[in-house]
Ligand binder design. Structure first.
Ligand SMILES: [Cu+2]
Length: 143
């Protein structure tokens, strides 16, 4: 019994070190990339839910399928639709963050993707945690 407790204690002491390389406690739903043409940006939407005990901060994203990939926020300025760079985006414990039409989104300039073939995406979080996922690609306008 004493030996088992000692091993457990050792494992707990190691846990914070391992946590640095572990993926963040985030679940992803509804991920989709809207693709139009190679010359037009593709737009990526998804919803992130923080399954952890502490706040998370989405600092950015990257993908081999994009020349550049940025977090944007759509806004309405005096009746004109426009978008501005956004982030980092904080997600409270247990809360969901929606990147959805009319709000936050990931803008993929110089897209190299094809509808029907998933694109690789990596989400970056403060502290160095990365979350890799494959996002379904659809033709923009095809709902
Ligand atoms: Cu945008």
């Amino acid at each position: 019994m004493t030996l088992r407790l000692t091993r457990l204690t050792a494992a707990l002491l190691l846990a914070p070190t391992l946590a640095l390389a572990a993926p963040p406690p985030v679940s992803v739903s509804g991920a989709v990339a809207d693709y139009t043409l190679p010359s037009l940006p593709a737009v990526i939407y998804l919803t992130l839910t923080n399954e952890g005990e502490t706040a998370l901060s989405l600092t950015g994203a990257s993908s081999p399928a994009c020349a550049t990939l940025d977090v944007h926020k759509s806004m309405n300025m005096n009746g004109m639709a426009m978008m501005v760079p956004a982030g980092p985006l904080t997600i409270a414990p247990g809360a969901a963050l929606a990147l959805a039409p009319g709000g936050y989104h990931l803008m993929c300039d110089g897209p190299r993707m094809s509808p029907g073939q998933p694109m690789a995406l990596v989400l970056h979080f403060a502290g160095g945690a990365d979350l890799a996922l494959n996002v379904p690609v659809r033709s923009a306008g095809a709902q």
